[in-house]
Design a protein around this ligand. Structure first.
Ligand code: SF4
Ligand code: MSK
Length: 647
């Protein structure tokens, strides 16, 4: 397959050719080696939950229709899906727990390498949980908040305080009625593992109920805690310019790529990298400086807060090493291909793992400890500087970089969408009600070599913004949009329909708003909650003219994310179908019947333009239901009437 058929990204195409010329394999070739992939696995109808199996159900109806224990296709596929949700929710929420531990350390220690950088956000978050902030010191407030969030992971009684503090009341009422209110984060993950054990649950609807509850503990729990505490500790993002793609690597500088998800170490690496002593050491070794760039969501975290450039998204991790210019690939957790180890051994690149949860054979392990963060960051940077002199192969960095604006959050979107003087979602709601904006869509998630790299993200986004749908994006999808120039304000003129273009041009914002990393999908939830609270667009998230999509998803986290969006009332389209198609009743339930219960449902559509049209159709149907699609006569206001509008 030609590079052009694998990726729409020019820099990636260049590196894919370079890889082919060098005879080095990559994820696309390993996908080809896997063909044909197991049909039972794809359809979700194989089970190895006990040693009577593995069992599989014949999708053509000729062979066995149950496993040895009698589990049918719907039970098996539902159990498999639940275990994906459990893994995804655990990954996000364990990330949240790690940040919560760092926060606790800051609260308890007199001096450590971290501090509370955003005191206003601390107070705002504490207030949400009902913590008194008046007349109290920052430490006192932070201590109470730390106790509350720590309790969220292992609480034994009651329900998740975070979901109660952030989700719209109408939604909470519905969850209570349906019995899916999350109780505690760890409990919901554990309960999935119990429920899906051999001989426990076999009613597919009841199984999905637990999947819903666990995913809610992720979105409105673990992920949300990760986002909020990261803002408090590392600073809330503000709109910031950034560069994206492999061209951000610098041949003359020491290049360190941070890759994974957790910002705790990378945030310190960024700060320490500009210390004069380290810069001097780099100079002594012949380098012009120290260049930090990111891959995957660690990149998004430090991009949003420091404007650190993005080297690439998930499928570019191997391509970055191929440049020969990466002195250290520093990884934390999640989305790190084990293949990096053998690939790095072809170059001088040092692969450094830092988490006890993520060790890779062949990588150097420098264990990260929050209480020694600066010391460890310095050690890693020194290792990279020393390794600069070991570069052996030809350096080949594609001269391709795009620029854009990132750093939008639930809080600063007020300003971005309303101008400097109106701290409210009113302008956004009004734009939707007037029809200038038809609605909003979240386009998020990974890359997957089964789909042309970045193609589905970009084509879907273009179709949405052409139809006046504002797009918010996270994760690798956001990076795809950034690399394609869709996060430049100028993109509005080229790609948007008239309504969205006018809004972008008036406010100077891009038509695609970068709202962060995978855990920051919680920002999309809280944006939706704010739109509901602002009023005029129904009483619940399920009333809003919005939709979500993960056109190139691959990670189990995406299944948890998709499920919590559906459970929050959002129509959610994924490219690669969930592995449930071998289970007829379950598929119908997830893509149709579940909407009557939760207000949201799943859809599977690989063609990104067709998928975007499904989303637009849904948005228009919601507008119809709200009664805001009727064309109103233009009204000329006199001054008194204008004052009465109070805008
Ligand atoms: Fe087979 Fe049932 Fe065991 Fe699964 S749990 S492997 S379907 S016997
Ligand atoms: S990094 S989970 S490939 S978005 Fe968050 Fe990208 Fe998906 Fe990993």
């Amino acid at each position: 397959m030609e590079p052009k058929e694998r990726s729409i990204d020019k820099a990636s195409q260049e590196m894919l050719k370079h890889m082919a010329d060098a005879g080095i394999e990559n994820a696309w070739e390993r996908l080809e080696q896997q063909q044909p992939q197991c049909g039972f696995g794809k359809l979700g109808i194989c089970c190895r939950n006990c040693s009577m199996g593995p069992c599989r159900v014949d999708p053509f109806g000729e062979g066995p229709q149950t496993g040895i224990c009698g589990a049918d296709a719907d039970t098996i596929a539902a159990r498999n899906m639940l275990r994906m949700i459990a893994a995804g929710a655990a990954a996000h929420s364990d990330h949240g727990r790690d940040i919560a531990h760092t926060f606790k350390m800051v609260v308890e220690s007199e001096s450590c390498d971290y501090m509370i950088k955003d005191e206003n956000k601390l107070k705002a978050v504490a207030t949400r949980y009902g913590i008194n902030t008046k007349g109290r010191s920052i430490k006192e407030i932070a201590k109470d908040l730390s106790d509350v969030v720590m309790n969220e992971f292992g609480r034994q009684d009651g329900a998740l305080a975070t979901a109660a503090a952030y989700a719209p009341k109408t939604r909470q009422k519905l969850w209570n009625q349906l019995g899916v209110t999350p109780r505690s984060i760890d409990r919901e993950v554990v309960e999935i593992m119990h429920t899906t054990h051999m001989g426990v649950g076999s009613d597919y609807k009841n199984l999905i109920k637990q999947g819903v509850r666990c995913s809610l503990a992720d979105g409105w729990g673990g992920s949300l805690i990760a986002t909020e505490l990261s803002d408090i500790l590392f600073g809330s993002p503000q709109p910031i310019r950034f560069g994206a793609n492999l061209g951000v690597l610098d041949k003359k500088k020491v290049n360190i790529i941070v890759h994974g998800h957790e910002p705790t170490l990378s945030d310190i690496v960024v700060a320490v990298s500009q210390e004069s002593e380290l810069l001097k050491f780099a100079k002594e070794k012949g380098a012009d400086g120290i260049n930090i760039a990111g891959i995957c969501c660690t990149a998004n975290e430090i991009l949003m807060r420091h404007g650190i450039p993005v080297a690439g998204n998930f499928l570019q991790q191997e391509l970055a090493i191929m440049t020969g210019a990466v002195d250290v690939m520093l990884v934390d957790v999640q989305c790190i291909m084990p293949a990096l180890s053998s690939l790095c051994s072809c170059f001088h690149t040092k692969l450094i793992t830092t988490s006890p949860k993520c060790k890779i054979v062949g990588a150097e392990h420098i264990e990260f400890r929050e209480d020694k963060a600066v010391q460890i960051a310095r050690q890693i940077i020194k290792t990279a500087i020393e390794n600069f002199t070991n570069r052996k192969s030809e350096i080949k960095i594609p001269k391709i970089t795009e620029r854009g604006i990132a750093g939008f959050t639930t809080e600063n979107i007020y300003y971005a969408l309303g101008g400097s003087f109106r701290r409210s979602y009113r302008p956004l709601n009004d734009a939707i009600i007037s029809g200038r904006l038809r609605g909003a869509a979240g386009v998020v998630g990974c890359n997957n070599p089964k789909q042309m790299h970045d193609y589905c993200h970009i084509e879907m986004i273009k179709e949405l913004i052409k139809n006046d749908v504002l797009v918010v994006s996270t994760g690798c999808g956001a990076m795809a949009a950034g690399k394609a120039g869709l996060m430049r304000p100028e993109a509005a003129e080229k790609y948007c329909g008239q309504g969205l273009r006018e809004i972008c041009e008036t406010l100077g914002i891009p038509p695609v708003l970068h709202v962060g990393s995978c855990v920051d999908n919680s920002r999309i939830l809280t944006i939706l909650a704010n739109i509901v609270a602002e009023g005029g667009l129904g009483d619940d998230i399920s009333d809003l003219p919005v939709a979500g999509a993960a056109p190139e998803w691959m990670s189990e986290k995406a299944v948890s994310i998709g499920m919590y969006f559906v459970a929050s009332g959002v129509f959610t389209v994924v490219g690669e179908p969930l592995p449930v198609l071998g289970a007829e009743k379950l598929t119908k339930y997830l893509t149709d019947e579940i909407e009557k219960e939760l207000g949201g449902k799943w859809a599977f559509e690989k063609d990104p333009v067709k998928a975007a049209r499904l989303m637009i159709k849904h948005i228009e149907a919601k507008r119809d239901a709200l009664g805001i699609n009727t064309k109103k006569d233009r009204k000329l206001y006199d001054m008194e009437e204008r004052r009465a509008l109070a805008i």
